[in-house]
Design a protein around this ligand. Structure first.
Ligand code: SUG
Length: 439
């Protein structure tokens, strides 16, 4: 039976904005307060999905979350009708309003960690939604993510869903952004590479080792099929707040920067011992300075296996514009290795918040039978792409500044859009605003 690594991209939500909320994320800090374009952002995301699908891959999507997240306001003591709560929050707690309005669920690499059935003891596909405890605006994602994943991958014989890890930052878990899987081919058992952090001098680590270990236990991954490696502190302090800013794995290839692991040589030796088939394609700091890797998001590219057997990199245009990273990509393409195509795409709106192509997608390895168990409509065909684009065109603004987040019409527009999306895709009432009537 054929196995596929299916990318489920986060559809970018109508409140996409630049509020500088994410500690350690240099792009988000730099662009804080700027004006965003939610419509372009969402259309750039859909264009990326289309581009990957046109290479012959299956492509799925995960809907945006409801923002502003009024249930968080209620939990924090605000009360009354929606509009009044919004006005109160804008007046009394503008920072809180920014936090509950972020469209950050777009970065579905952080939505969950996933284990394919070929690797798990019970032969089911396992999902653990990330608790994203490290940043307040992201810590409010887990419940809705869990609900969306359960709707898209219905529980039963095929899919199994764990609760987000408890314990806040003690078990801080940022999902698949710090996880990779190495395998000889996608239909072969794999070795799961969990990369955790230890606080740097400048920035705290978001992914905790004990969290990665708990996820591996949840997912029933056998001994010898997991590796827990420490992220480079140098990279963390230089702005690699997730491992996927400096590293991506696909099949037997690990594409990474020299400053990916804290103890590079030991880490490479451990990878080679656990997964001897692995080819490590690494950029030395002398050819790609860490700062260039991080600003361009060279390693936040999607590394995908094409149906013809070769591999392609889906890169942000920023890597084409940076001479060092462009030269490195050219060198990799010319060398004798599985990667021989590069596709540069414009995902600038997301990049300005520190989210490249790989951040925007959750990888879900699925067999043909498992694909058939995905909720109909969530593996996109041409009709699906067109439906989403038309929906974005109908509902999204093309200008948004953080000051607009207090606009009650933005809230109504967003809820109307999401309500329509759930009915377009038969999702039912997944959002809090659809489930709990205002008191
Ligand atoms: O968590 N940015 C996100 C970007 C996540 C990127 N994901 C991966 N690397 N997989 C974050 O830092 C910025 C939001 C703001 O500042 O408005 C933000 O949340």
């Amino acid at each position: 039976m054929a196995h596929h690594e299916v990318n489920f991209d986060g559809l970018i939500g109508p409140t996409h904005n630049y509020s500088g909320l994410a500690l350690g994320n240099l792009a988000a800090a730099k662009n804080a307060g700027g004006t965003s374009n939610p419509k372009s952002a969402a259309l750039q995301g859909v264009a990326k999905m289309r581009a990957v699908a046109s290479l012959g891959l299956k492509q799925g999507f995960i809907p945006p979350h409801d923002r502003p997240h009024l249930s968080t306001l209620r939990a924090l003591g605000f009360a009354g009708p929606d509009e009044r709560m919004l006005a109160q929050a804008a007046k009394l707690a503008p920072d809180l309003l920014a936090n509950i309005s972020s469209a950050s669920p777009m970065w579905t690499a952080n939505a969950a960690t996933v284990a394919p059935s070929i690797d798990t003891a019970d032969r089911k596909v396992h999902f653990t939604p990330a608790n994203l405890a490290g940043n307040f605006h992201r810590s409010i994602e887990a419940d809705t993510t869990a609900r969306l994943l359960a709707a898209i991958f219905p529980k039963g014989d095929v899919f199994t869903h764990h609760a987000p890890l408890p314990g806040g930052v003690h078990f801080g878990d940022e999902g698949a952004a710090n996880h990779g899987r190495l395998c000889e081919a996608h239909d072969q058992p794999g070795v799961h590479l969990f990369v955790y952090g230890e606080d740097g001098e400048r920035f705290p680590a978001r992914q905790k080792q004990r969290a990665s270990q708990a996820v591996a236990r949840n997912h029933q991954l056998g001994p010898g099929h997991t590796l827990f490696l420490q992220q480079s502190r140098t990279a963390l302090d230089a702005g690699a707040f997730h491992n996927d800013v400096v590293c991506v794995a696909n099949g037997p290839v690990l594409f990474c920067h020299e400053h990916t692991f804290e103890n590079r040589d030991e880490a490479h030796a451990a990878i080679r011992a656990a997964a001897p088939f692995t080819e490590i394609i690494e950029a030395e700091a002398s050819e790609v300075p860490l700062a260039d890797a991080i600003t361009s998001y060279l390693f936040n590219s999607q590394l995908i296996s094409l149906p013809e057997g070769e591999m392609a990199l889906v890169l942000p245009t920023e890597t084409e514009q940076n001479p060092a990273t462009k030269a490195f990509v050219d060198k990799v393409l010319a060398a004798n290795n599985p990667i021989n195509r590069a596709l540069y795409l414009d995902v600038r709106e997301s990049m300005r918040n520190g989210g490249g192509p790989a951040c925007l997608r959750l990888r879900v390895p699925l067999s043909d039978d498992e694909c058939a168990a995905v909720k109909p409509g969530f593996l996109l065909d041409e009709t699906g792409f067109t439906k989403i684009e038309a929906w974005v065109e109908r509902h999204y603004r093309d200008r948004l500044s953080p000051a607009d987040l207090s606009d009650p019409s933005l809230m109504r527009e967003s809820f109307t859009a999401l309500d329509e999306l759930t009915s377009l895709f038969g999702l039912g009432s997944v959002y809090d605003f659809q489930r709990s009537p205002a008191p």
